[in-house]
Design a protein around this ligand. Structure first.
Ligand SMILES: Nc1ncnc2c1ncn2[C@@H]1O[C@H](COP(=O)(O)OP(=O)(O)O)[C@@H](O)[C@H]1O
Ligand SMILES: [Mg+2]
Length: 355
């Protein structure tokens, strides 16, 4: 088992250490990404507000189909057709005092391509889908470097080998000559990370980067991402459905349900005092250390509704034991501050008291 930091190990100090001081690197406001399909409009992302800070890891949690990947792909503007950002902004601050709205940049424009790869890089669940199968890994990294940096071929090769070494690939000059299929899944994911880092991005987006790997390799890859984050002062947006991973690496957490953020806050408050019934249900569905093996895990009641059959009012109400008829099925709760976290639930907003 990977070393998972126990939830109780998170202290008040962690939270203070983690408080962001600077303007967010990325500020997402009112983001909506829809798919116009024959059967109707799939509202994959339906009004997301989110801040991503330098040198912090933000974990996005939520069951499959909640819009995590489409939200991440919207930032990079790589949503497949017929998906489209229909509303909202994605303000990116490159660090020179300027800010650009990624949501408004022309798809395929030079500026957007420069940001993608150079400023913001993404790694995916299955590295084989992004690594070319018939090109040696070294050459692939060299090509990425040459695309974004003004260096000679031999300098690029030197940098590529350094990167392979940095991501913990043994005998990097030998591996430079390997084809992707000659490497294990863990090594391939390391190559992907090396490629993503080749341009020293300010934001690394990792979409379930370790799901396909065994637990030991998972832990190593996550440690690697966390180390590199500290070293390069990167922002990391990590999508995962593994709460152990969240407890281990996150500073900030956002929980998504049916295209919306239903709760967000620092990792300490989310784990210590989850407010939204969905967050609670997610947290309850993990085995606790020491829990008897035969104890059946409480799954979340019901299933995520079909994207075209969005419930009225609060989308989670059909699975929520605390749902209040006449309120939760009529009005939609917005995200409001409740203590250190923000939550979109009428019940909790009333109980805890917003500002
Ligand atoms: N190409 C597409 N066409 C139509 N709907 C899509 C497409 N891609 C994703 N979706 C829908 O968008 C929603 C969010 O998907 P996704 O972001 O992949 O979820 P997650 O990453 O949280 O599992 C889902 O309902 C999914 O069915
Ligand atoms: Mg996904």
């Amino acid at each position: 088992m990977p070393q998972i930091r126990m939830l109780t190990d998170l202290t008040e100090n962690d939270r203070q250490d983690a408080s962001p001081q600077e303007l967010p690197l990325v500020e997402i406001r009112g983001l909506k990404t829809h798919f116009h399909t024959h059967d109707g409009i799939v509202k994959a992302v339906e009004g997301v507000d989110l801040d991503i800070h330098a040198n912090r890891t933000l974990c996005i949690l939520g069951e499959s189909g909640c819009g995590k990947s489409i939200m991440a792909r919207s930032i990079l503007r790589i949503v497949d057709t017929p998906g489209k950002i229909v509303e909202g902004s994605i303000l990116y601050r490159p660090g020179d005092g300027r800010s650009v709205d990624l949501a408004r940049m022309r798809a395929g424009s030079r500026d957007l391509r420069d940001i993608r790869g150079q400023d913001i890089a993404m790694i995916f669940q299955e590295p084989m889908s992004s690594l070319g199968p018939i090109t040696k890994v070294g050459k692939q990294i060299v090509e990425t470097i040459l695309l974004h940096r003004k260096v000679s071929k031999s300098e690029a090769k030197e940098q590529a080998i350094e990167l392979l070494d940095k991501v913990g690939i043994p005998r990097p000059s030998e591996r430079f000559e390997a084809y992707p299929f000659e490497l294990s899944g863990g090594m391939r994911q390391r190559v992907m990370i090396a490629m993503a880092l080749s341009c020293q991005p300010r934001l690394l987006i990792a979409d379930e980067p370790t799901t396909a790997l065994d637990v030991t390799t998972q832990a190593q890859i996550l440690d690697l991402i966390a180390e590199l984050k500290d070293e390069l002062q990167m922002a990391v947006l990590l999508i995962t459905h593994d709460l152990g991973v969240v407890a281990e690496v996150a500073e900030d957490v956002a929980v998504m349900y049916m295209g919306k953020i239903v709760e967000k806050g620092d990792v300490f408050s989310i784990f210590e005092n989850p407010l939204h019934p969905y967050t609670r249900a997610l947290l309850n569905s993990v085995p606790k250390i020491g829990q008897a093996k035969q104890h059946r895990l409480p799954a979340i009641r019901g299933m995520v509704p079909h994207p075209l059959a969005r419930p009225s009012g609060c989308a989670f109400r059909t699975r929520c034991d605390a749902s209040i008829p006449g309120l939760c099925d009529v009005k939609e709760p917005s995200l409001e501050r409740c203590g250190p976290a923000e939550v979109a639930c009428f019940l909790k907003q009333e109980e805890v008291g917003g500002d």
